[in-house]
Design a protein around this ligand. Structure first.
Ligand code: IMP
Ligand code: MG
Length: 318
C-alpha cells in the first residue's frame, strides 16, 4: 500500500492559547482538537492541539516550545523560506478578510501564470503563501480557452454546496422516504452527488424533457422525452433540476407531477438564474444564484450537448 496523506505538520509555538487565538480567530482555521496529552520529560503539561482550514487536508499540530532549542525555532522553522502554503478558491476575498483581521502581508499580491499569490506572516513571523491556483487553458486544452469567459464554481465549491443541500433535505425529510426525480440530462451529476449527500432512505427516478434543442435560448416548448417508471401518487417528490431559467420547464413539470397527487412536491435546483421570471416560482432548495446574462456549462450543463463532463461550472463564451 502506498502512503495516502500527510496527516499533520508540527508548528512550534510560544504559547498554546495565543497561537490558537491567532489561527482560529484571525486566520479562520478550525480547532480540531485541544486535549491534554502526556507530559513532557520535564514534567510540564503538554496539550494536543490541532488546527486546520475548514475544508480539511493536512492539519497543523501547534506544539508549545518546551526547551531553549524549541524556543529558538519559534517563527524560524524554515530559516525564512515560505514554510506553509494556504490555498483558497477566491484570493481577493481571502486577502481582504485576512487584512481586515489584522494579518500582516509581507509581499503584496502578484498575478503569476499559475494564479495569484501573496505572502503573509503569522504571529511568530513564519511565512505563508496565500494562493489561488488558476486553471490554465489554451486552444489545445479541453475546454479550449476561447470557450470560457470565466470560471464560476470550482469542483470543491459545488461539492460543499451539494453537501449543505443534502444535509437540509436529510433533516427536512426525516421519517419519510423522498422520491428524487432527476430531470435529464442536465441534472444527472447533481442528482448523483445529492443522493450521496442525503443521509437516509430515498429513491430516485428519471424523466427527460426537451426544451432547448441545440440553441442557448429557450424555445418555450417543453416535451417529455422519457417518462417516469413509477407512480408518484402519495409520494414525497423532490424534482431535481440543473438550472431554472424562465421556469417554463419547471412549471410544466410541477403541473404534470402535481396532477398525479403526490403527498408533497418540492424542487431542488442547483442553479437559479436571476431575473423577473425566476422569482415567481417557489423553489425549496437552491444551490447558487446566477447573474441574468450568464450562460453556464459544466457539471451536467451543456451547450449543444457538449461540456456536461466538466467537473466545474464556467460561463460559456458565446
Ligand atoms: P427554463 O425552462 O427556461 O427554466 O430552462 C431550463 C432549462 O434550460 C434547463 O434545464 C437547462 O437544460 C437549460 N438551460 C438554461 N440555462 C442554461 C445554461 O446557462 N446552461 C445550460 N443549460 C441551460
Ligand atoms: Mg435541462
Amino acid at each position: 500500500m502506498s502512503p495516502v496523506e500527510i496527516g499533520l505538520v508540527t508548528l512550534v509555538v510560544a504559547d498554546y492559547d495565543e497561537a490558537i487565538e491567532f489561527y482560529v480567530k484571525r486566520v479562520g482555521f478550525e480547532l480540531v482538537e485541544d486535549s491534554p496529552a502526556t507530559s513532557t520529560r520535564t514534567g510540564r503539561p503538554k496539550r494536543w492541539v490541532v488546527v486546520r482550514p475548514a475544508r480539511g487536508g493536512t492539519a497543523l499540530l501547534l506544539a508549545e516550545a518546551s526547551d531553549d532549542d524549541q524556543q529558538a525555532a519559534v517563527g524560524t522553522q524554515t530559516g525564512g523560506r515560505v514554510a506553509f502554503f494556504l490555498t483558497v478558491d477566491d484570493f481577493d476575498a481571502a486577502y481582504e478578510r485576512m487584512s481586515d483581521a489584522g494579518i500582516t502581508f509581507v509581499r503584496e499580491p502578484t498575478t503569476e501564470s499559475w494564479g495569484k499569490v501573496a505572502v503573509w506572516e503569522d504571529l511568530y513571523g513564519n511565512h505563508w503563501d496565500l494562493i489561488e491556483r488558476r486553471r490554465v487553458l489554451d486552444e489545445d486544452s479541453f475546454p479550449p480557452a476561447s470557450d470560457i469567459d470565466e470560471f464560476l464554481f470550482t469542483e470543491q465549491q459545488i461539492a460543499d454546496r451539494v453537501a449543505e443541500l443534502g444535509a437540509q433535505i436529510t433533516a427536512d425529510y426525516r421519517g419519510r422516504v423522498p422520491l428524487l426525480i432527476s430531470v435529464l440530462k442536465g441534472s444527472m451529476l447533481f442528482t448523483a452527488d445529492l443522493m450521496r449527500a442525503i443521509d437516509g432512505p430515498m429513491e430516485v427516478d428519471f424523466l427527460a424533457v426537451s426544451s432547448y434543442g441545440a440553441a442557448t435560448k429557450s424555445s418555450g416548448v417543453v416535451r417529455i422525452v422519457k417518462d417516469l417508471d413509477q407512480d408518484v401518487s402519495d409520494r414525497d417528490v423532490i424534482i431535481v433540476e440543473d438550472i431554472v431559467d424562465s421556469g417554463l420547464t419547471l412549471r410544466y413539470l410541477m403541473d404534470y407531477l402535481g396532477g398525479q397527487k403526490p403527498a408533497s412536491l418540492a424542487v431542488c435546483t442547483l442553479l437559479r438564474r436571476q431575473g423577473d421570471h425566476a422569482n415567481d416560482l417557489d423553489l425549496d432548495y437552491v444551490g447558487f444564484e446566477l447573474a441574468p446574462d450568464a450562460f453556464v456549462i459544466g457539471y451536467g450543463l451543456d451547450v449543444a450537448q457538449r461540456y456536461r463532463n466538466l467537473p466545474f461550472i464556467a460561463i460559456y463564451a458565446e
